[in-house]
Ligand binder design. Structure first.
Ligand code: NAP
Ligand code: MG
Length: 491
């Protein structure tokens, strides 16, 4: 077997845990306690306080993580400020080399990252292994390539970095979101203070170890852990030039208010309630597969999840029957089992939120179907659920549930489905399933969302800009457009 094949045929069995991985594979090291990564070193939090991160599939603690207060955030921002002239002054090609090195180190440690991501956040190992971690490396590779080509990205102008970027990320794609944020910021010559989510800090801290190993100059990337209060300290810090936030629309609005009247630039990637639309001429089996992936991938903890399904009336019965059949084949359970399709809900709080929505469906007397899986005895699990004939006015159709719950509606005409699909405060993504190219193009121009997929769903690529319309936020991450968010363009 070639080295390359070997790298992608790693085994993830349930019989062992990180503490006792088989000898033939590398050790999965989770420390008992993690400090803050500031100025190239791991330092204790000034308050001496630590909080626990747990494995949501077992409810058992994995590690203690430092809680950063004002003084710690000051130290991180100062380190980033101090590193900025040096980093931005390096020849661009040198910056690129460091970013390439980080990309390669992520690939080398891919297995370790995947297992830690799954244990800390609850996502199925096959997703962490095949999607999150390879895509995180791909983002670093992609932006490493841009570092010395900014003059081609922005011709006839000089592209200058903004300064210190404060980056705040959510718990659904922890390492991938860190990559989305850090890679373009560094490529453009900015320095960074990043805060991972409280429930999933471990892969960002692992990334900090690897950044140390890469020899990246001290202070270029600083990683501070904590809860929303730590996030707010970053947002409000006067020495921060740009805020890059991914998270809820609610916190996005708080951030906008906090930076109003300052010189801070911002990009906000917020919530979503995507329409996934199946026309009667669509390849139905393929569409059903796409709908299942669209809503149950990562337990539905996906901002661009296809959480509203619109089915053309003439195929309603067939699609419903096929969705129910497919639902019953999904394996819900131990995220470390490589056969698991739907893992653990990220936190107790999120499970309660989702259960609240299941109750709403029940109280509205909606027709529904829930997978009959036996759930593990401990851990936060939720059965994949379908609600049929959901009204436009139902909270199930209007609000982001961020869980494995699909609200299904029907339509007759193209105009009707466009109106229904756009009748939402969100506008992050949408999907269209049809055999007719003209229909796909018509819909993609009329749907008010930042990303439209045709005959596929949840496809991500570092070259492709991602971001929202309306309350789903502003600014784009990924692709050429993701560079613009970290630059001042001077003509
Ligand atoms: P969240 O509560 O908004 O948290 C996101 C991040 O912000 C976390 O690191 C959080 O810290 C921090 N935070 C909380 N309050 C803050 C404040 N006042 N100031 C600064 N930072 C603060 O969202 P979430 O529950 O983690 O994530 C789910 C949401 O993210 C969903 O709405 C989803 O749609 C959205 N999302 C959007 C995208 C996208 O690209 N558009 C991608 C993924 C997720 P703690 O973890 O400690 O609370
Ligand atoms: Mg955790």
């Amino acid at each position: 077997m070639s080295k390359k094949e070997n790298a992608f045929s790693l085994k993830f069995d349930t019989e062992w845990t990180y503490a006792e991985a088989p000898e033939s594979t590398s050790h999965i090291a989770i420390e008992k306690k993690y400090d803050l990564f500031i100025d190239g070193k791991f330092v204790k939090p000034k308050s001496g306080k630590y909080f626990e991160t747990i494995n949501p599939a077992t409810e058992k603690p994995l590690a203690k993580v430092a809680e950063a207060n004002q003084k710690d955030v000051d130290a991180a921002v100062n380190a980033a400020r101090k590193a900025f002239p040096k980093w931005s002054g390096l020849p661009a090609k040198e910056r690129g080399k460091y970013i390439f090195r980080i990309a390669r180190l992520i690939q080398e440690k891919a297995r370790e990252f995947a297992v830690i991501e799954t244990m800390d956040g609850g996502k199925p190992i096959k997703e962490a292994r095949d999607i999150d971690i390879p895509l995180a490396a791909a983002h670093f590779f992609y932006y490493a390539g841009w570092a010395d080509k900014l003059q081609y990205a922005f011709p006839n102008a000089k592209a200058e970095p903004l300064g210190v970027a404060g980056q705040i990320i959510p718990w659904n794609f922890p390492l991938l979101m860190a990559a989305w944020k850090i890679a373009p910021a560094l490529a453009c010559g900015n320095t960074v203070v990043l805060k991972p989510a409280e429930t999933t800090p471990l892969t960002a801290l692992k990334l900090a170890e690897l950044i140390q190993e890469s020899g990246l100059p001290n202070g270029v990337v600083n990683i501070v852990t904590g809860d929303g209060k730590t996030g707010a300290l970053i947002v409000e810090h006067p020495e921060i030039d740009k805020i890059a936030f991914t998270g809820s629309t609610e916190v996005g609005k708080i951030i906008q208010r906090a930076i109003a009247g300052t010189n801070k630039k911002a990009t906000l990637e917020l919530g979503g309630k995507a329409a996934n639309i199946i026309f009667e001429d669509a390849p139905i089996d393929q569409a059903v597969e796409g709908v299942i992936n669209g809503i149950f991938f990562n337990q539905g903890h996906v901002c661009c999840a296809g959480s509203r399904l619109f089915v053309q009336e003439s195929i309603q019965k067939e699609v419903e029957r096929k969705l129910v059949d497919r639902l019953e084949t999904l394996i819900v359970g131990d995220p470390l089992d490589k056969n698991t399709d739907v893992g653990a809900i990220n936190s107790k709080q999120q499970l309660e939120t989702i259960n609240g929505y299941l109750k709403i469906g029940e109280s509205e007397g909606l027709r529904s179907h829930q997978a009959k899986n036996k759930l593990p005895d401990s851990g936060y699990f939720c059965r994949p659920t379908l609600f049929f004939d959901v009204a436009q006015s139902s909270r199930l159709a209007k609000e982001e549930i961020f869980g494995p719950v699909l609200a299904i509606q029907t339509f007759r005409t193209v105009d009707e489905v466009i109106e229904k699909a756009n009748n939402t405060p969100y506008g992050l993504s949408a999907g269209v399933w049809t055999d007719k190219g003209s229909k796909a193009f018509n819909l993609s121009s009329q749907l008010k969302a930042g990303v439209i997929w045709a005959n596929t769903f949840n496809k991500f690529d570092p070259t492709s800009p991602f971001g929202g319309y309306k309350e789903s936020g502003f600014g784009r991450e990924g692709g050429l457009h993701g560079l613009a968010a970290y630059l001042k363009i001077k003509a």
